[in-house]
Design a binder for this molecule. Structure first.
Ligand SMILES: [Zn+2]
Length: 175
């Protein structure tokens, strides 16, 4: 997988704890360039963004920098964003993210899991919310919606969180 490293001046802090968790998001922007501007303006960040065409961008090195994307989980997690605007008009209801984007996302997540020794067994939103041991273990691949109240990402144009269980999680498991 080709990863394009982009130093776009995002906020971060020094990594001091081991990475035990991958937190997945979608962006509210339509292009990685727009994402970079919005992240900078908001003073937040993520490690990776996967564009609609399957391009993978690394904004921060997950081994040495903590990105600011999931509050209490920042210090132990890697952030992966799908460029995925709610309300996109070119999606179909079955596959809201382009196949190339989903495939690149799944490959990236699996690579990161291998690299940091995280089990490749992404939890369902329901399992995570029901199981206090999982919630406290931090040893998983999770959608942002599972760990932070009020978040629905990564989702699709329906914004109901189902894209994780129906499309993204199966893609990670299938890889
Ligand atoms: Zn998020």
């Amino acid at each position: 997988m080709k990863i394009v490293r982009v130093d776009c001046g995002l906020q971060s802090s020094k990594r001091t704890k081991p990475v035990t968790c991958i937190v997945c998001h979608h962006t509210v922007t339509r292009t990685p360039e727009a994402t970079q501007r919005v992240l900078r303006a908001r003073g937040v960040s993520t490690h990776y963004e996967v564009g609609p065409d399957g391009s993978v961008y690394e904004y921060l090195d997950p081994a040495t920098r903590v990105a600011w994307h999931a509050r209490a989980w920042n210090s132990v997690s890697v952030g992966v964003d799908l460029t995925g605007p709610p309300g996109r008009t070119d999606c179909d209801p079955v596959m809201p993210y382009p196949e190339m984007q989903v495939a690149a996302f799944a490959a990236l997540v699996r690579d990161l899991a291998r690299r940091f020794g995280i089990p490749v067994e992404p939890v369902t939103v329901r399992a995570w919310k029901r199981d206090p041991i999982l919630m406290n273990a931090y040893l998983q691949i999770v959608p942002h919606s599972a760990i932070q109240r009020g978040k629905v990402d990564p989702s699709d144009w329906r914004l109901d969180g189902t894209a994780w269980d129906t499309v993204l999680r199966p893609a990670i498991l299938r890889e």
